[in-house]
Design a binder for this molecule. Structure first.
Ligand SMILES: [Zn+2]
Length: 164
C-alpha cells in the first residue's frame, strides 16, 4: 500500500509531527530566512496547517476532494486533527484505504509544488497539483490492484466512483 513507499511514509510522519521545514518552523529553529510569509498567498506566516489546508490557493483542492464523497463540514486547523477527520471520511461510507492514499498524495503534491515555487520560481498552479495528484493515485491503484485496468481519462472523469 501507499505507506510501503518510504518517502511517502517519512513525509506524512513529518507532516503530522509538524516537522516539515515550513518558514514558521525555520524561524522557531532560529534559521535566518528573508521572509516568513506563506509563499502561495503572501498573507500570513507559513505554517503547515495553513499552507496545506487553509491557504486560499490550496483550500479549493480539499473542497473539490470532499465533493467526491459528498462530505461537508468545517476543516480543522491542525494537521493531525485534519488527518483524523479527513481519513475518517467525514462519516461518509467510503473506501478508507483509497481515501487515505488520496490524502497522502495531495499533501505531498502541494508540498512539492510549494518547493518548486520557492527553489525554482515555478508559479504555483493548483489545477496542475490536482492533475498530478490524480495521476499519482491512478498509478498507485494500477500498481497495487491487478484487476484495475481503467484508463486514466475514464478514471479521472469518474473519480468519485473510486472512493465509494
Ligand atoms: Zn497562504
Amino acid at each position: 500500500m501507499w505507506l510501503s513507499k518510504k518517502c511517502g511514509y517519512v513525509f506524512t510522519w513529518r507532516l503530522l509531527k509538524d516537522r516539515l521545514p515550513t518558514k514558521g518552523n525555520l524561524l522557531r529553529r532560529n534559521v535566518a530566512i528573508q521572509e516568513a510569509v506563506c509563499p502561495l498567498c503572501g498573507q500570513v506566516q507559513e505554517e503547515v496547517g495553513h499552507l496545506l489546508f487553509n491557504c486560499k490557493r490550496t483550500i479549493g483542492l480539499w473542497w473539490e476532494s470532499m465533493r467526491w464523497i459528498q462530505a461537508v463540514g468545517p476543516l480543522p486547523a491542525s494537521p493531525a486533527s485534519y488527518f483524523a477527520q479527513f481519513c475518517d471520511g467525514f462519516g461518509a461510507d467510503i473506501n478508507h484505504c483509497r481515501w487515505y492514499g488520496w490524502w497522502v498524495a495531495l499533501t505531498s503534491a502541494i508540498w512539492q509544488h510549494r518547493n518548486l515555487l520557492i527553489f525554482q520560481g515555478n508559479p504555483f498552479d493548483s489545477s496542475k497539483v490536482m492533475e498530478e495528484t490524480m495521476f499519482l493515485v491512478w498509478s498507485w491503484l494500477k500498481a497495487r490492484d491487478k484487476g484495475f485496468n481503467t484508463s486514466f481519462n475514464h478514471w479521472s472523469s469518474n473519480i468519485s466512483d473510486s472512493f465509494g
